[in-house]
Design a binder for this molecule. Sequence first.
Ligand code: HEC
Length: 165
Amino acid sequence: MLYTFFTRSLFLVFVAVLVVYNSTSLPAQAANIDPYIARYLHITEPIALDMDGQGNIRLFSPSELSIGKQLFENNCINCHVGGATLPDPQVSLSLKTLAGAKPPRDRINALVAFMRQPMTYDGSQETYWCRQLSPNFLSQQQVESLAAFVLTAAQKAPGWGTENF
Ligand code: HEC
């Protein structure tokens, strides 16, 4: 009698732990990944992105890309909705346009450098049109997440950066 009571309570404790574990860990994990990342960018696990055009890559997780998307929405979307550039449609965020800049911007380090100090398309001088991101405002990690989102969207999002809409 005492024995069954003991095993039964042990079993109940086990069930309770399982329920609590599932209800805390799973939704929390799903919550920080933006559904857009899986649905439109088709990314459900870490993705390797080109850092410098010289073979160095770094992995970016779906949650880092979600942080990048959030930063993009908060700071860039007014001028760059859907990857277009409203004040200067020629200089869109499409992969082809990024790759054609001097120096090419279709890689993480070059995008980060641009965001820290925006330059004209031919790289000859600073531009005041785009938004400059100082280290006080966004950390290196945040700017890399933002660059990873822009680059992945340029690679994968349908219609990203198309000049006519
Ligand atoms: C006030 C409008 C505005 C905002 C806000 C803005 N940009 Fe820009 N961006 C521009 C313009 C205009 C250009 C083209 C500048 C030029 O070539 O002189 C540009 C250029 C760029 C380019 C280069 C594109 C290429 O093909 O070479 C990138 C990358 C970029 N912006 C990223 C961003 C990101 C990321 C943010 C948010 C942190 C941002 N921009 C916020 C207006 C803006």
